[in-house]
Design a protein around this ligand. Sequence first.
Ligand code: MRU
Length: 343
Amino acid sequence: MYRPIIKTLWWEDGRLYIIDQRYLPEREKIVELKNIRDVWSSIRNLSIRGAPAIGCVAAYGIALSALKTNIQDREKFIQVITRDINYIKTSRPTAYNLFFALSRMEKVLKERKNITVEELKQRLVKEAEDIYREDIKCCYMIGINGATLIKDGMNILTHCNAGGLATSGYGTALSVFFIAKKQGKRIHIFVDETRPVLQGARLTTWELKKAGIPYTLICDNMAGYLMKQGGIDMVITGADRIARNGDTANKIGTYSLAVLAKYHGIDLYIAAPHSTFDLSIRDGREIPVEERDGDEVRRIKGHLISPVDAPVYNPAFDITPVNLIKGFITENGIINKPVISGK
Ligand code: MRU
């Protein structure tokens, strides 16, 4: 029932594999991540991306480095693995799932002080597998819960890629579409191309096509006109981090969509598992927003589209205030109002 449609990342006989998403949709290139540096770079360079998938690959990365070391001394082993956990934390700052997964791996190290290095290694592998399996289940339940909002014939807009490629399972926003389709609902998805890195155009279209869900690709700046024409019934996106009051970080452009949706009286839902909710921070002002290399804006798939030295501002995410969000689709149900008071 929970079997992923796409194998985005997987662990086999102590080896870690991913689909390198930089090559999609042209090529399904599978690569093995052989060490902790490979894991760090694959997250940083977007070979693997999407908040839950980043968390899962990070956890497996720690399991990998635990299995690879020959250190026998328990204290030394804990020291080295803790160093690797802190290293992976520096790969990308915004997606909370990364820190959620790594803090679970850290907890295994801290709680198991009286077991051998060999046992500790097995516990770390098991924790990574638990994180992976839980994500698959969460995705499925997000789909089941979210599908209750979907009516036959709806046109839904999504941004970036919150599908199987962004998780270990069905995805978050896309899981809602996959389950609605399985239930026999006829839906049509508008896909924002999602500049600068084009996760919508390259990845979401690829997944929807595979699933046989009708879709139309639009440039990001077309959403407002489409809404004005009555072409959109609902907006559903994923999230990278949700603060305690419900303010939500997601791919750059989500805030603009939310403002447009509010103006046109269209509901915007955020689909996300518990691992994306950061209850330690009060509101969106505390969410660290990643700024990426200017060449992502100056170039499209390597091809220069501006002066080579054009000054660029390239935040990878924006923060949508909770008052623009109709509700949160989670594995435990739909939260229709902001989570907890911001105080
Ligand atoms: O920079 P990315 O591609 O990692 O950004 C991904 C997003 O913003 C997704 O919408 C989010 O991680 C949710 S994925 C289920």
